[in-house]
Design a protein around this ligand. Structure first.
Ligand code: ATP
Length: 310
């Protein structure tokens, strides 16, 4: 594979699905992950995050649809393997190897191995070179796994809940390293996490999965522009709900709070726009039930035409 080849999407999933027996772990998944972005993957337990990452890493075959990574079908492992770094949820290092032996294996197995990066990161995180992996703490093992993936100098880095065992300071440090490398090397990163604050600190793109389907996949900047949180009188809720796609609504007495998704400016004398946090948007999408989502999805199509409410 030619590293210089220009492919605008690092990952392109079309109607991607993965089924185990009768159970869909992921379905109707359409994602175009722009090259060079740092994307967060957030979703409820069992939503399909690990499944999507395994499909991208070529460890699973799709049941339906397709997934291309760096312009190549992801099952073409032989071609893609040198270009992808993958850190699985469970640390997949050899427990009986020392840290030093692990680095040697990395150097021997990876043609693009960056030895000075690996050594400097092991030093920076004070990881004991002579200690076996099995005797490191969970957080130290996770750091070694991330360092191994970074030193491989991949074009796409897939990280499945990489920070869950890492202490806050080390997490901050490794986050900085990841962002610097992403910038310097035009690395594309897809990170799954349940900690939204971690994703907000690192990512410029977000994929929200719920009930095995993509609810939203977009740049965080556009997500924040496109969603509006409004408070207004319950009596005119129907008018606003008819005019704009409502992602979530709650009603207390005579007051309604609505989260809308629209690129248009929303202004109405009776409705006041509130400051919006990314967490509010994420929680709203995670809370949408499968049945109500089908109805939502059709109303959120780009061709949606609003009628001015009055
Ligand atoms: N090997 C398997 N066999 C059968 N079902 C599976 C298998 N792997 C995953 N699943 C199912 O697929 C669904 C998605 O699982 P997945 O691990 O992708 O979710 P997740 O979003 O990563 O969850 P979590 O946040 O809990 O790690 C779940 O319902 C899970 O039970």
């Amino acid at each position: 594979m030619d590293r210089g080849k220009v492919v605008s999407n690092a990952l392109h999933a079309q109607q991607l699905g993965k089924r185990y027996g009768a159970h869909w772990a992921l379905r109707n998944c359409n994602i175009q992950l722009p090259r060079g972005c740092i994307a967060g993957l957030v979703g409820n337990n069992g939503a399909g995050k690990t499944t999507l990452l395994h499909l991208a890493a070529g460890l699973l075959r799709p049941s339906t649809g397709s997934i291309e990574v760096l312009g190549t079908p992801s099952h073409n492992m032989a071609m893609l393997l040198p270009h992808i770094g993958f850190v699985a949820q469970e640390c997949s290092l050899y427990r009986q190897f020392t840290v030093s032996e692990t680095l040697i294996a990395g150097r021997k197995l990876n043609p693009t191995w960056d030895e000075s990066l690996a050594r400097s990161l092991v030093d920076r995180f004070k990881l004991p070179l002579k200690q076996t992996i099995g005797k490191l703490s969970g957080g130290q093992q996770a750091l070694v796994a991330i360092i191994m993936a970074l030193a491989k100098d991949p074009e796409l880095l897939l990280l499945d809940e990489p920070f869950s065992n890492i202490d806050p300071l080390a997490k901050h440090e490794i986050g900085k390293v990841i962002m610097e490398l992403a910038f310097e090397r035009s690395l594309t990163i897809l990170i799954s996490s349940h900690v939204l604050a971690d994703l907000e600190a690192l990512c410029d793109y977000l994929i929200i999965l719920a009930a095995s389907q993509v609810r939203l996949a977009d740049s965080i900047e556009h997500i924040m522009e496109q969603h509006k949180l409004l408070i207004g009188p319950s009596e005119s809720f129907e008018a606003i709900a008819t005019a704009y796609p409502v992602i979530q609504a709650s009603h207390t007495g005579r007051q309604s709070t609505v989260l809308l998704r629209t690129d248009e400016a929303v202004s109405h004398p009776a409705w006041e726009q509130q400051d919006l946090a990314l967490e509010t948007v994420v929680l709203a999408y995670l809370a949408t039930r499968e049945s109500s989502w089908e109805a939502h999805a059709s109303s959120i199509l780009p061709s949606f035409q609003k009628e001015v409410f009055s």
